[in-house]
Write a protein that binds this ligand. Sequence first.
Ligand code: ATP
Length: 359
Amino acid sequence: MSHSVKVCNVVKKYGDFVAVDKISCEIREGEFFTLLGPSGCGKTTLLRMIAGFNSIDDGEIYFGDKVINQIEAHKRDIGMVFQNYAIFPHMTVYDNVAYGLKARKVPKDQIEVKVMEALDLVQIKNLKDRKPSELSGGQQQRVALARAIVIKPGVLLMDEPLSNLDAKLRVQMRTIIKKLQKDLGITTVYVTHDQEEALAISDRIAIMKSGKIMQLDTPADIYKRPRNTFVAGFIGTSNFLDVQVRYDDKMNTFIKAEGGLEYPVKLKRKLETAVLSIRPEQFIINGPDGRGIPGEIQMYTFLGDFANYEIKLPGGQVVEANEYTKDIDFVRAIGDRIRLDFDPEKISLFDQEGTEAYL
Ligand code: ATP
């Protein structure tokens, strides 16, 4: 049986409030798929509908080609990992991991092999006789992970599994999770509100807002080609600049930034004004006599491999630009006058409603 998950026009309402608003997406077999979005956007609700903990008000969810709307959670061939670990405090690590196998009446000798295999995969074989109270947060989350994968589920569901861990452990654990997922080839749906974690761990990300998917793409495409200003602002740092659009008599299109500079662009539709979105690393910082939008450095932060500058433009807007140490052998100073240039192929353009406008 294929372990893809298909979500078709799925709706969840709490009273009049629509938490999941006709969402459709397909999670491919073996894929690491992340639901990412701000608090309250509906990602946990959708995950819990896939798990079978929340009912589905409208639409269908398929595992492979089978509709599973009416199938109870414990019959859905899923493993689940929660933010708060949810392991049994009175049981040893071994017994926690063995629990699901015992419930499935797996023979005792096989249980031992499978449990030790799962503990080995999450690198805690040596802790098998401990109780959860004798474990760190990271170790407890490894127990939860071993318990979820020991039953070899078709689909692994994880709800913010790393948010209770400190920053360093979070980075370590996400590498372990990603490697494990790839080694086992297990279809995985992962919920997080941490954009860096999502970019690091996922094959594809669905970015959600108010119960809807705003963009579904690979991490690199989401970063490089945001489809709307919400995604551009939510992922990484983006500067937004209002620009005028000009058409010449041959219908070539240009955007005009502050300071009168024009850049050729191709637009999907005719616009008079547009919103330009540009990452700090996409700005090219030139000296005061160079090409670009004039500005003055207000603040800088030296970060080793690059310096981050806050730059005030003539109209008063402040933008962020980065300059890499390998490209320049000095750090600019507060008060320095500079010019900001960019490659028009490396920016995003949106209409005033925030929808992508660049061809
Ligand atoms: P978070 O990151 O804060 O967990 P989320 O994106 O996972 O956010 P959900 O937990 O899916 O968000 O909740 C989506 C919306 O539905 C929220 O506005 C929440 O208040 C609402 N909601 C969730 N569960 C219920 C419930 N049982 N009754 C009423 N409203 C609910």
